[in-house]
Design a protein around this ligand. Structure first.
Ligand code: FE
Ligand code: CA
Length: 509
């Protein structure tokens, strides 16, 4: 049997006695299997989550759908054979949103696994699995999450996700660079189609190319995801309305940004609050997990001032300390600090993109700080670290992606102090595939540790980080695959750290 027949044979789907979705065609004929991009769920809360799919029988060629809305049915069950369906409904796969489907399910039980699937025109989707968040006011014994970033399609396979799925995390975080915008290049492991993406259809086809990857689909189907973006979802090192290329007009760049944001929304399991409005999109948000854990998700791209000092790594030119520099934008920063202050949770995990700690990347006598990361926005960075020192939100742990390498940092209230106070922890996870096959770089790591007293660990391998949170500790395992230039790499735990409740900073475990 083909995959399609197998799914159909497996599925008995009772007919719904309901009004059909207004204006949506109920029984289209697809040129090929329409659920080619899989299914996903995300942004869990105690009674539900967002469900996602997209009808795309020809995913790399604009989707291959007629120019009309199509009715899609969905089901959520307690079991993977759908004997015990607990929620169901209909939604429109809208033509104007590339026939993507976003459903917000509610009314489920907290802290529980569920299964879901879609049906359209007699075709049934693969089955996905998702989990609701714990109930407010309760403290679960443990929550397990994984985080990942930077999955350049051309430079490697997504084997890391195979291993992540086996660990069955309750929730997965993606910290950005979900796609890369560049033109296809020869001589790599895989190849992008077309040139650098600018138009809406380009972004859609690029996202579809990535989403067609079986490892990525399996990881989405295995757990709810909470996604945020970095730069490459739009354009390398862009800042708010300023393109990487200096001669691009603001209006032209905002048009491109609107295309990128819309296509991103169309391909992610986001709630409707994140639906873009023109060239703006609401991505920063809070995801509470009972009294144990609170996740705040930041957007460090959409509201930032331009990178200072020509965006060149170095000691800083003075502009990196300008009071006009602003990484989060006033509104997000206010929301962020208030959310941390009001959080009832024991652990406060901040899912964001770029390194907070001012790590000197030059182990020699010179200094090299990244002007694209928090050190390029010293006033924002110091406000955040001072906030942690003064307001003492409970157990802050920052998750970071972006730089295709692993780092584990203590966060200091004041990096210039002789005996700095540790006010938090930063776990920087490496890329899934960006940069190609990695390496351990033991000598370099030693030199970097000598140059940066806050640094506990560094490596340039590929993989992800798995975290186990209990009321007493947060444990982080850096899970590294041996190679990405061909499929099937085994995984190893390169380093493990714990953070103890009430004691900021890293302990080797
Ligand atoms: Fe990247
Ligand atoms: Ca990046």
């Amino acid at each position: 049997m083909t995959r399609r027949q197998l799914i159909a044979a497996f599925a008995a789907w009772p007919v719904l006695a309901r009004q059909p979705v207004q204006g949506a065609a109920g029984a289209p004929r697809f040129s090929d299997y329409p659920f080619s991009l899989g299914v996903a769920s995300g942004d869990p809360d105690p009674t539900g989550f967002a469900l996602w799919t997209r009808l795309a029988p020809e995913p790399l060629l604009g989707g291959g759908m007629p120019a009309e809305d199509v009715r899609v049915e969905w089901q959520v069950a307690r079991d993977d054979r759908f004997w015990d369906v607990v929620a169901r409904g209909e939604a429109a796969a809208k033509h104007e949103l590339a026939h993507s489907v976003h459903v917000e399910v509610s009314g489920l039980e907290p802290g529980r696994w569920y299964y879901y699937r879609f049906r359209a025109g007699g075709e049934i989707s693969p089955v996905g699995r998702s989990k609701t968040a714990p109930a407010p006011g309760t403290t679960p014994d443990s929550v397990r999450f994984a985080f990942a970033s930077c999955q350049h399609y051309e430079t490697g396979y997504y084997t890391a996700y195979e291993h992540m799925v086996r660990e069955a995390p309750d929730v997965v975080f993606h910290l950005g660079d979900y796609i890369y915008e560049g033109a296809g290049r020869d001589g790599r492991v895989r190849k992008h189609t077309g040139s650098e993406i600018v138009e809406l259809d380009d972004y859609r086809n690029r996202l579809a190319l990535y989403k067609a990857d079986p490892n990525l689909q399996a990881a989405h189907a295995a757990a709810p995801w909470v996604v945020t973006w970095d730069d490459h979802e739009v354009d390398n090192n862009y800042a708010d309305r300023i393109s990487e290329e200096p001669d691009v007009a603001v209006d032209d760049f905002l048009t491109r940004r609107a295309h990128a944001y819309q296509a991103y929304f169309e391909h992610q399991p986001l709630r409707l609050r994140s639906k873009p409005r023109g060239h703006d999109m609401q991505l920063y948000r809070r995801i509470p997990y009972g009294d144990l854990l609170d996740f705040t998700v930041l957007d460090t791209r959409q509201y930032r001032t331009d990178q200072p000092c020509g965006d060149k790594n170095g000691p800083g030119c003075g502009d990196d300390r300008s009071p006009d520099g602003n990484l989060l934008g006033d509104e997000q920063e206010k929301w962020f600090f208030r959310t941390l202050e009001d959080s009832p949770a024991k652990w406060n995990v901040v899912a964001q993109q770029i390194m907070v700690a001012p790590i000197d990347r030059d182990p020699g006598p010179d200094e090299a700080y990244s002007m694209d990361q928090w050190p390029g926005y010293r006033v924002s960075q110091e406000r955040f670290l001072k906030f942690l020192g003064e307001k003492k939100p409970s157990n802050p742990v920052v998750l970071t992606g972006d730089i295709h390498s692993n780092w584990a940092n203590d966060l200091y209230e004041d990096y210039a102090a002789d005996n700095p106070k540790i006010v938090g922890t930063e776990l920087v996870g490496t890329s899934i595939s960006s940069g190609g096959d990695g390496r351990q770089s033991i000598e370099e790591a030693k030199a970097l540790r000598d140059a940066n007293r806050c640094l506990h660990f560094h490596s340039r391998e590929r993989g992800y980080v798995h975290c186990l949170v209990t009321p007493e500790t947060l444990r982080a395992d850096y899970r590294m695959v041996e190679y990405v230039s061909r499929p099937g790499a085994p995984v190893n735990t390169r380093a493990s750290f714990t953070v103890e409740d009430g004691r900021p900073g890293l302990q080797k475990s």
